[in-house]
Design a protein around this ligand. Structure first.
Ligand SMILES: [Zn+2]
Ligand SMILES: [Zn+2]
Length: 265
């Protein structure tokens, strides 16, 4: 099982894509602008999209993807979009409303639509084509979740989603063997006030959060704003954390395999 990074930036600029991860070739985790770099035949293989929350940088490729693969996925079941009920309601009301975008839950026909919206709940374990994915809590300005992918003896791949400080997450992760933690750091410490009110992390807050994670884990920083990567990573470097912390990049592949091998040496 592999996780490929399609986008890991807080916003757009040349070379920056917003959040999206591809699990093997059939499951998307968030649907940011990074999805647009995939070839059409690869887009057509996606069967499930797991959405962390309703913010634009995480959802904007869902409707465009549905449009792109309409011909390729003819006679195939709808792509299942998994999210909290509140997130699905937001998608129906504000995106697939016939004004911003057509309602692909009823197109090309109500009998054979491109998309099916599937409600999930925190703590639920999804079984997706042999892959087990647990829904984790997140603490953001809108209802939000993270996801943990079960890599068997290789451990779990964990994505926090957009989140501020989140004690419930660390409680759950204390009972998991975490191989990879993808965690956001959306703001630098100079914008810690903004991070607090928008329920994101800054390096100082990240330091506090990571104190709840035992051992020495591969930690991958995501959601840094374009142009702020070096400053944010320098602040993170000063934390003196026991974890192996690096900035995530487009094209990174994190492997979950049943042998003691790491994606990053
Ligand atoms: Zn957000
Ligand atoms: Zn975001």
């Amino acid at each position: 099982m592999i996780v490929q990074v399609l986008g890991c930036s807080g916003s757009i600029a040349a070379g920056c894509r917003t959040t999206s991860f591809l699990l093997d070739d059939d499951v998307l985790i968030d649907a940011g602008t990074g999805v647009g770099d995939m070839p059409l035949d690869a887009l057509a293989r996606i069967q499930h999209i797991l959405i962390s929350h309703s913010h634009l940088d995480h959802i904007l490729s869902i409707g465009l993807l549905a449009d792109s693969v309409m011909r390729e996925r003819k006679n195939q079941p709808p792509i299942q979009v998994h999210a909290l009920p509140e997130t699905l309601a937001a998608l129906r009301t504000h995106i697939f409303n016939g004004v911003i975008w057509p309602d692909f839950t009823r197109l090309p026909s109500a009998e054979h639509p491109m998309l099916a919206l599937v409600p999930i709940a925190v703590g639920e374990v999804l079984e997706l084509n042999g892959k087990r994915v647990e829904v984790l809590s997140a603490a953001h300005t809108v209802p939000a979740v993270g996801y943990a992918v079960d890599g068997g003896t290789a451990g779990w791949w964990v994505y926090t989603g957009d989140t501020g400080p989140n004690p419930a997450l660390w409680e759950r992760l204390a009972r998991m063997q975490v191989a990879h933690l993808v965690i956001e750091t959306a703001f630098g410490d100079d914008e810690r006030q903004l991070a607090r009110i928008s329920r994101h992390l800054c390096p100082a807050a990240l330091g506090h959060e990571l104190q709840h994670l035992a051992g020495s884990v591969d930690v991958h920083i995501t959601h840094i704003k374009p142009g702020e990567r070096e400053a944010v990573m320098a602040e993170i470097g000063k934390l003196g954390s026991p974890h192996k912390i690096r900035a995530l990049e487009i094209g990174d592949v994190m492997r979950l395999i049943d042998e003691p091998k790491r994606a990053y040496a």
